[in-house]
Design a protein. Structure first.
Length: 329
């Protein structure tokens, strides 16, 4: 590892970084594909300081051997989360680069937590797919333990023999309508209310909502829906994305449910099922092959059972390995 030089990532490194993460995704059998625009977003996202929050290892000829970032989420009511993500090029693994990068990431997360003097504990997490056994071993060796499991599911939309998605009508007074930009702030408020009892949740600020949800280039308002009670009260919502950069690797087209939420007063009355049914109908109209989503297997709303009942089938699983750091406030 001695010939590798380390420094933060900058805009000029994006092409090499893109080549690195693409090669790693192929080698690891992952279907997610970052675009160069995605990586620019990561460097310029709200609260990110690339000079402090990123690190890359370069070989003497200038090739990028490893790179990673630390993303600090807004503090929630019970914890603040720090996401560690990065990779090592398949040609340069088993040389200690991953261990060095993970050690730096943990130290950076701890430094941010101490500097911010956050009054809640921190959770430092590494999310990986089940088949990435080398990363899981490394994280375990560094003291991270499996904390949460997430299941990726899909259901056919236009495939021959796709099961019909039939749900009872929404409760009286509730109607499913297309997503409207003028209701965006009301949807954000509904999201912050609906998700407050989910593990690790932190309210989305208007800036982060626009950057990563309704203002994101993969957001598809034409596939997204709102459940309105009365004239304009948001009872629930579904925010759908189209990650078309992943479709070649997946081998099929897909509408992806990024966020789904129902406010507590409206739960258990079929609102979520109707939002998903409307999403599937929108995907079918767009000519897509599948509807996809992922879920925390311990979701307190019972979401996993709802998805299974609606014909979504598990495809793969990811695990979040994490460790806690005490409050700094």
């Amino acid at each position: 590892m001695g010939e590798v030089s380390w420094r933060p990532l900058g805009p000029a490194d994006v092409p090499a970084w893109h080549a690195l993460v693409t090669a790693a995704a192929i080698a690891d059998g992952r279907e997610e594909r970052y675009t160069t625009e995605d990586l620019v977003d990561e460097l310029s996202g709200p609260g990110v300081v690339p000079a402090l929050d990123s690190l890359a290892g370069f070989l003497p000829g200038g090739d990028l051997a490893a790179a990673g970032m630390v993303t600090a989420r807004t503090a929630g009511p019970v914890m603040r989360r720090y996401d560690l993500w990065g990779t090592v090029h398949p040609d340069h693994r088993d040389r200690g680069l991953g261990r060095y990068l993970l050690g730096w990431q943990e130290a950076r997360a701890r430094a941010v937590h101490a500097t911010d003097r956050t009054a809640v504990p921190g959770r430092i997490g590494v999310g990986v797919e089940d088949q990435q056994e080398d990363v899981i071993r490394l994280a375990r060796h560094c003291g991270f333990t499996p904390g949460r499991y997430y299941t990726v599911l899909r259901r056919p939309v236009n495939a021959e023999g796709a099961p019909p998605l039939e749900v009872p009508p929404p409760p009286p007074g509730v109607r499913i309508v297309p997503y409207r930009d003028q209701a965006d702030e009301a949807v954000r408020a509904a999201h912050n209310e609906a998700w407050i009892d989910h593990w690790g949740f932190a309210p989305r600020t208007a800036e982060r909502w626009r950057a990563w949800v309704s203002g994101h280039r993969n957001f598809r308002p034409e596939w997204s829906r709102m459940a309105l009670a009365g004239p304009d009260e948001v009872a629930g919502y579904v925010v759908n994305f189209g990650f078309d950069q992943d479709w070649d690797a997946q081998g099929y087209t897909e509408g992806w449910t990024m966020l789904l939420g129902v406010r507590r007063a409206w739960r258990g009355r079929g609102v979520a099922a109707n939002l998903l049914a409307a999403s599937v109908a929108a995907y079918r109209e767009a000519g897509l092959g599948y509807a996809g989503l992922d879920v925390d297997t311990e979701n307190p709303t019972g979401a996993l059972q709802l998805y299974l009942k609606l014909g979504y089938l598990p495809r793969r699983r990811t695990v979040l390995l994490d460790k806690e750091i005490p409050p700094a406030g």
